[in-house]
Design a protein around this ligand. Structure first.
Ligand code: PGA
Length: 243
């Protein structure tokens, strides 16, 4: 199973930087024949069409609508993402849950819309607070994250769960430079795999070229935010994994 290297560009970049980024990726020889990892890039909606030469990476979006009606101004449907070549969609990122009050019902709706058109889903889940009492914290964190998964996945048919990758992203690790220790990640991944054996489980939150090796052997892949904006960093990470 190839490890997933997922780049979540968030609302970063502009026309020029994204164009240069795309060219560096498309021209890269190493990416054409990856043995150990799979690269998934998730730019903002307006830039999806730039990434139309996808011989050496997969394309993902950062969100899709839970709504079915065409009269939904400002929304982007899962079908539109398919038309623009997306294979994946990130759903339920904590920044959307917190800043836009995205709730489990909407997240389930998005998952259903995405599954209907054959998109694969990267479902973000994660505990909110770090507690220095690690033993207490990991127990509570696991309960919280399993509840979050259940709230979004309970009404999804079992045979479709294989299309869902769980991205465990502790909210306190995102953009903070703090990464949970190996034991913490290992126990969280084990709990997720035990409860959702059909799903792959990735980690996200302050992952970079320095800590990638330590994290990657604990899970099925990594969701990079800030690090993914630097194409040199992403290519360095991939070339080291492919050695
Ligand atoms: P970060 O973000 O790698 O910048 O911490 C990860 C994410 O939000 O997916």
């Amino acid at each position: 199973m190839k490890k997933l290297i997922i780049g979540n560009f968030k609302m970063n970049d502009n026309l020029l930087t994204i164009y240069e980024y795309k060219n560096r990726i498309i021209e890269n020889e190493l990416l054409k024949n990856l043995q150990f990892c799979k690269l998934i890039l998730c730019p903002a909606f307006p830039y999806l069409s730039f990434f139309n030469n996808r011989n050496n990476f997969s394309l993902g979006a950062q969100n899709c609508s839970h709504l079915n009606e065409k009269s939904s101004t400002g929304e982007v449907s899962a079908m539109m993402l398919r038309e623009f070549g997306c294979e994946y969609v990130i759903i339920g990122h904590s920044e959307r849950r917190l800043k836009l009050n995205e709730n489990s019902e909407q997240i389930t709706g998005k998952i259903k819309q995405a599954l209907k058109v054959g998109l694969k889903i990267i479902l973000c889940i994660g505990d909110m607070e770090y507690n220095s009492d690690t033993e207490k914290n990991i127990g509570e964190a696991i309960d919280f994250v399993l509840d979050q998964c259940a709230a979004s996945l309970n009404s999804i048919e079992q045979q479709l769960l294989k299309n869902i990758t769980l991205a465990y992203e502790p909210v306190w690790a995102i953009g903070s430079g703090i990464v949970p220790n190996s034991d913490y990640i290992k126990r969280m991944v084990a709990a997720l795999k035990q409860n959702f054996p059909e799903c792959l489980v990735c980690y996200g939150g302050s992952a970079n070229s320095e800590n990638v090796q330590d994290i990657l052997h604990l899970c099925d892949g990594i969701l990079f935010g800030k690090t993914s904006l630097d194409v040199d960093q992403i290519l360095k990470i991939i070339s080291e994994l492919e050695k």
